[in-house]
Write a protein that binds this ligand. Structure first.
Ligand code: UDX
Length: 443
C-alpha cells in the first residue's frame, strides 16, 4: 500500500518505519527542512530502542522516504496518517491547530478518495472537525478515521509490530477494508483489530491512559498509607496483582507518572468532561495525587536534614521520566531538581540517555557526571529518580567508598530492604519501612 505520514515526531516516525517494514511504500512529510535532510541521510532524530535498524533497512530498501513536499507525498497515497502534535492549549484541552491546518492543506491538494487517519491523541469529536475541514475545502470524498496509538516510549517498535490490540474508529466501509488490510500483518498472532465509531475510538485512547494513570496514583496512595501503618507496598502489590481482575502491571508506586502522554491526556480528559458539564471526580484526584507524590519525596528528604538542605550535595541517578528513553517531558526529576536548588543544595546528575536534554533545558545550574559512580563522589546522599537497569545491581562496595554518607533516597524501590540493612545504608524508599534510621545521627 502507499502511505503518507504527516509529521515525523515520535509517533509519526515509529508508525512510518513500522508500516514500511511490512512492505508498504511510506513517505513521511515534515515542514522542518533540516530534519528532513537529516533523515534522508539516514540519521534518526530520536532515541528509541530497535527503531534505528528498521529505519535504515527500509530507507536502503526504498520503502521509506522523507520529504517536505506535501503534494508529492500524498499524490499516490491511499492512506494519509496525521501524526501531528496536539499540545495542551490554554485551558488544558488539546490544541488542534496543527491537525486542522494539515487537513486544510491536504484538502486543497487531493484529487481522489483518501483515508485520512488521525494518529495524534485528539479529543472526542475531532474526526468530525477534520471531516468538516475537508467538506469546506474539497469536493473529493474522504473518510476520516480515528486510529489511536498505544505505543510506550522505549518499547514502541515492539508495541507497533505486535500490538495487544488495534483500535480503528470508522463508519466508512471502504476505509474499514483498507485499514483491515493494512494492519493484518501486525495481528497475525490473533490479537484483535477492534472497529468502532470514531467517537468511541477517540475516547478509548483517553480512557486507556487515564485508567493506567489511575492505577499508578492509586498505588502511590497505597504506598503512602503503607508507610503510615508499617506495611510493605511490595507485598501488597504482589498480593493484589496476582488477581487477574487487577493484573500485575502498572502497580509500581514511585515519584509520580510523567512523560508526554499521561499528564497531558488525563488533563485533557478531565477538561473535556468539564466542557460537557461532567465533574470527573476520580480523574481530578488522580492528577492531585500525582502532583503530591513528587512533593512527598522531596519533603521526606528535607525532613531527614531537619528542614535545611542548604550546601548539601546530592547525586541524582536518573533524569528521564522513565527508563529506556531520553525524554524528560514532565519528568518528576525536573521538579525534584528545582526544589533542591531552591533549598540551596548542589546537584550532580547522571542519566544514561537524557543528560543532553537536561543540559539543554537547565544548563549549568547543576553538574553532570559521565557515569553513575562519578556522580557519587563526595555526595551527602544518592537520590534515585529513574529505574534504569544499570542502577539495579550496582557495586555497593564502590558506592560506599565514593559517597560521603551512606544515604539513599530511592524514588523507584530498586533495592531489597534486607540488602540495605546488611550493608548499613540509610535507605528511604516508597511505601516501605525506612532502613537504618540510626545512620541519620552520623549523617
Ligand atoms: C504511555 C502509555 O503506556 C501508552 O500506551 C500511550 O500511548 C502513551 O503513554 P509512555 O508515556 O511511553 O506510554 O510511558 P509508560 O511506560 O506508560 O509510563 C508512564 C509513566 O508512568 C512513567 O512516568 C512511569 O514511570 C510511570 N509508571 C508506570 C509508574 O509510576 N508506575 C507503574 O507501575 C508504571
Amino acid at each position: 500500500m502507499k502511505i503518507a505520514i504527516i509529521g515525523t515526531g515520535y509517533v509519526g516516525l515509529v508508525t512510518g518505519t513500522c508500516l514500511a517494514e511490512t512492505g508498504n511504500q511510506v513517505t513521511c512529510v515534515d515542514i522542518n527542512e533540516q530534519k528532513v535532510t537529516m533523515m534522508q541521510q539516514g540519521q534518526l532524530p530520536i532515541y528509541e530502542p530497535g527503531l534505528e535498524l528498521l529505519f535504515h533497512r527500509n530507507i536502503i530498501q526504498e520503502r521509506l522516504f522523507f520529504t517536505n513536499n506535501l503534494a508529492s507525498a500524498i499524490e499516490n497515497a491511499q492512506i494519509i496518517f496525521l501524526a501531528l502534535p496536539t499540545p495542551p492549549g490554554e485551558n488544558g484541552s488539546a490544541d488542534l491547530s496543527y491537525v486542522l491546518g494539515a487537513a486544510k492543506d491536504i484538502a486543497l491538494l487531493i484529487t481522489s478518495y483518501k483515508v485520512i487517519v488521525t494518529k495524534s491523541t485528539v479529543p472526542v469529536g475531532t474526526a468530525d472537525k477534520v471531516s468538516a475541514v475537508f467538506e469546506q475545502y474539497t469536493d473529493v470524498e474522504v473518510a476520516v478515521v480515528s486510529n489511536p496509538e498505544f505505543l510506550r516510549e522505549g518499547v514502541a517498535v515492539e508495541d507497533f509490530m505486535k500490538p495487544d490490540r488495534i483500535v480503528v474508529g470508522t463508519t466508512d466501509e471502504r476505509a474499514r477494508r483498507l485499514m483491515s488490510e493494512l494492519y493484518a500483518p501486525y495481528v497475525r498472532q490473533g490479537n484483535p483489530v477492534i472497529f468502532m465509531d470514531e467517537r468511541s475510538s477517540e475516547l478509548t485512547k483517553y480512557a486507556a491512559n487515564s485508567f493506567l494513570a489511575t492505577k499508578i496514583s492509586f498505588m502511590n496512595e497505597i504506598a503512602n498509607l503503607c508507610e503510615l501503618v508499617g506495611a510493605n507496598v511490595d507485598m501488597v502489590r504482589l498480593g493484589i496483582g496476582s488477581d487477574d481482575r487487577i493484573g500485575k502491571r502498572f502497580l509500581f508506586p514511585g515519584i509520580g507518572y510523567g512523560g508526554s502522554c499521561f499528564p497531558k491526556d488525563v488533563q485533557a480528559l478531565a477538561r473535556s468532561a468539564e466542557d460537557n458539564q461532567y465533574d470527573f471526580k476520580i480523574l481530578n484526584s488522580v492528577m492531585e495525587v500525582n502532583a503530591i507524590q513528587r512533593k512527598v519525596f522531596v519533603e521526606k528528604l528535607k525532613k531527614y536534614y531537619g528542614g535545611n538542605i542548604e550546601g548539601k550535595v546530592f547525586a541524582l541517578w536518573g533524569l528521564a521520566f522513565k527508563p529506556e528513553t531520553d525524554d524528560i517531558r514532565e519528568a518528576p526529576a525536573l521538579y525534584v531538581i528545582d526544589e533542591l536548588l531552591k533549598g540551596g543544595a548542589k546537584i550532580v546528575a547522571y542519566d544514561p540517555e537524557a543528560i543532553n536534554n537536561v543540559k539543554y533545558l537547565i544548563g549549568v545550574k547543576i553538574s553532570y557526571a559521565d557515569d553513575h559512580y562519578e556522580a557519587l563522589q563526595g555526595a551527602d546522599a544518592l537520590l534515585i529518580l529513574t529505574e534504569w537497569s544499570t542502577f539495579r545491581t550496582p557495586d555497593f562496595d564502590l558506592m560506599e567508598t565514593l559517597l560521603k554518607h551512606k544515604v539513599i533516597f530511592d524514588g523507584r524501590n530498586l533495592y531489597d530492604l534486607d540488602k540495605m540493612i546488611d550493608r548499613g545504608f540509610y535507605y528511604n524508599s516508597i511505601g516501605r519501612q525506612v532502613v537504618n534510621q540510626s545512620e541519620k545521627k552520623t549523617a
